[in-house]
Write a protein that binds this ligand. Structure first.
Ligand code: NAD
Ligand code: UFG
Length: 342
């Protein structure tokens, strides 16, 4: 049975590729737009290999309104899942204008096209960075937006506000999913995270240190107010995260939304420190990881993990995979990349 037609922007990226697979597994029709600014064309073939489906693909930059609107006119999309954005916190501090332009202009173009082509709604990739360092943990969806700690986080806050206004004014449905820390890879090891250059994030740095691409992992700070002194995050397996998008679409299609604009945390509800992550990686993969403790990284918050009640009760979704499974799949993926020579 065929369900709705879904436009997946940024569908060749890390989370978009895993979500495209899960959408197709759930009988949705997927079309992808990606400019390849942070992804590789071969990922399209990988998604097709996993799913056995040919996927319509457009390569262009969504900040180009003419191309975006032509693509919408050529197709009969019902919903958009909007992943396309630049996502490096560090880079956003160096190039705030580039981040504002890419992340805001792309969303504005998508919203204009949703209105002009009369689509039903949008699911948006937000981030727990909208909360900053929250006052109460676990953080629930009623927590306020704090002053953004980076231009990247600011783009997510602005985008959420734009979607809220758009949804209420145009009577279209919008759901923002606030991801915690997505990690791991598909169990086929055909798709996974493809960091360019030196990774900023913990897991790719761990796997690259384990395989010998990096000398050793630097653990940024051991003087935080946490059980072992290292910062705590809510790591979530990317396939679980992908499935949250399927549930968000199901909610829209089954008309279960309670308001035009809704937002949900997408995490496991469990916080793990950096040293716990290292221990899990070492244990499940039987590897001794080279690492050293260094000083804190500027801009890092101490701890954050999600309250999962709303997503469990309303989205009917919960994470299935634990930290050990995340670490296993991340390592399997890194070894596959080595075999590819990348
Ligand atoms: P990614 O960089 O792997 O994927 C984003 C994709 O969008 C890439 O394929 C890129 O080429 C494409 N893209 C970017 N700008 C574009 C544009 N203007 N036009 C067309 N294509 C464009 O990133 P990801 O990790 O898959 O993240 C997906 C979304 O989730 C982003 O919005 C990101 O901000 C958000 N998010 C990611 C994380 C994380 O830790 N990975 C956490 C929270 C939120
Ligand atoms: N860390 C290290 N060494 C490293 C890299 C990271 O010790 O080489 C530590 C950090 O200090 C932090 C933890 O590992 O305590 C996680 O760091 P990441 O960079 O992997 O993740 P962040 O929580 O800083 O941010 C990530 C993404 C953001 C996203 C956010 C929430 O980079 O884009 O998760 O989803 F918004």
């Amino acid at each position: 049975m065929n369900k709705a037609n879904i436009l997946v922007t940024g569908g060749l990226g890390y989370i978009g590729s895993h979500t495209s697979v899960e959408l197709i597994n759930n009988s949705y029709n997927v079309t992808i737009i990606d400019s390849l600014i942070n992804s590789e064309k071969f990922i399209l073939e990988r998604i097709e290999k996993i799913t056995g489906k040919k996927i319509p693909f457009y390569e262009f930059d969504i900040t180009n309104y003419k191309k975006t609107s032509e693509c919408f006119k050529e197709n009969n999309f019902d919903f958009v899942i909007h992943f396309a954005a630049l996502k490096s916190v560090n880079e956003s501090v160096k190039y705030p204008d580039k981040y504002m332009k890419n992340n805001l202009d792309s969303l504005k173009n998508i919203l204009k096209c949703i209105e002009s082509q009369n689509l039903s709604g949008i699911v948006f990739s937000s981030s727990c960075t909208v909360y900053g360092q929250p006052d109460n943990l676990p953080v629930n969806e009623n927590s306020p937006f704090k002053k953004p700690e980076s231009p990247y986080a600011e783009t997510k806050q602005i985008c959420e506000k734009l979607i809220e206004k758009f949804s209420d004014e145009k009577r279209k449905h919008g759901i923002s999913l606030r991801y915690f820390n997505p990690v791991g890879a598909h169990n086929s090891s055909l798709i996974g995270e493809l960091p360019r250059g030196i990774p900023d994030n913990l897991i790719p740095y761990i796997t690259q240190s384990a395989i010998g691409k990096r000398k050793k992992l630097k653990v940024f700070g051991k003087d935080y107010n946490t059980s072992d002194g290292t910062p705590v995050r809510d790591y979530i397996h990317v396939v679980d995260l992908a499935n949250a998008h399927v549930q968000a679409l199901n909610r829209l299609i089954e008309k279960k939304s309670k308001k035009f604009y809704e937002f949900f945390n997408v995490g496991t509800g469990k916080g793990h420190s950096v040293l716990e992550v290292i221990k899990s990686f070492e244990k499940v993969n039987n590897i001794k990881l080279p690492y050293e403790i260094v000083s804190r990284r500027e801009g890092d918050i101490e701890k954050i993990y999600s309250d999962t009640n709303l997503s469990r009760n309303e989205l009917n979704w919960k994470a299935e995979r634990n930290l050990d499974e995340m670490m296993k799949s991340a390592w399997k993926w890194e070894k596959t990349l080595k075999d590819l020579g990348s």
